[in-house]
Write a protein that binds this ligand. Structure first.
Ligand SMILES: [Zn+2]
Length: 235
């Protein structure tokens, strides 16, 4: 079974950088699918679990691409994103709160890429974005007023100057917290992904959840790999 810890080592192989040994290992199928793209985009979808993906796959299933099932490591956003970006189990990266992020010495795949000459960008809430060291392009969005439309606009804008872009999309988790049915959020997400795939050129796109919905503790996470010239079902 794959885990969230495999994502960073997989990205390292796709973009061709050296990355220290971590808890995860590269996923060859994903590396093969995306390695010839000029640019790589990682979209972290807050709260996207495998069951939700299955229920709404008419919106999210790639028409041509790969969907894999990964084990999550934590049920909370900060440690889960730290796992995605470092390839480490939370016991090893020890990032559980925003404060830990500031102190963390576990350099992420984004910082390693940037240090090795791959122009890299992160789009996430302001405080988290500020923690990235090296020459990373950081685009912070106000935590209280986080709007995926802003994140999507930033992805399209920064794709003209960065070759590895990570963005955090939060509309789905927000729907859970507001006790709304997730379908509308999923529809918005698939429209946003389509917008990105039609506007960025020659790009490999990895889409993953950070943790399952909070009430589905045994659920897994989907990891979707597509190229920008193919779309998703239902959009
Ligand atoms: Zn989350």
């Amino acid at each position: 079974m794959y885990t969230l810890m495999d994502i960073a080592p997989t990205i390292a192989e796709i973009i061709g950088i050296t990355f220290p040994a971590r808890d995860g290992t590269p996923i060859p199928r994903v590396v093969m699918k995306l390695s010839r793209c000029k640019r790589l985009l990682l979209l972290i979808i807050d709260g996207l679990g495998f069951r939700i993906y299955k229920r709404y796959q008419h919106y999210l299933k790639p028409t041509e691409g790969i969907t894999l099932r990964c084990r999550p490591t934590m049920m909370h956003t900060t440690p889960a994103i730290a796992t995605i970006l470092t390839g480490m189990h939370p016991d090893h990266h020890r990032v559980f709160t925003a404060k830990d992020t500031e102190r963390s010495a576990s350099l992420s795949i984004i910082e390693h890429a940037s240090a090795q000459g791959v122009t890299s960008a992160i789009i996430m809430e302001e405080k988290g974005a500020r923690c990235f060291k090296e020459d990373v392009i950081t685009i912070g969005i106000d935590d209280n007023d986080y709007d995926d439309n802003d994140a999507v606009r930033a992805v399209i804008e920064v794709s003209k100057r960065a070759d590895f872009i990570t963005a955090h999309l939060r509309v789905l988790d927000r729907a859970y917290h507001q006790k709304r049915e997730p379908e509308r959020a999923i529809k918005t997400l698939s429209q946003h992904i389509r917008e990105i795939t039609t506007q960025v050129e020659d790009t490999g796109i990895l889409i993953c959840g950070d943790h399952p919905p909070h009430h589905l503790k045994n659920d897994d996470i989907p990891l979707i790999a597509i190229r920008n010239n193919c779309g998703l079902e239902g959009i």
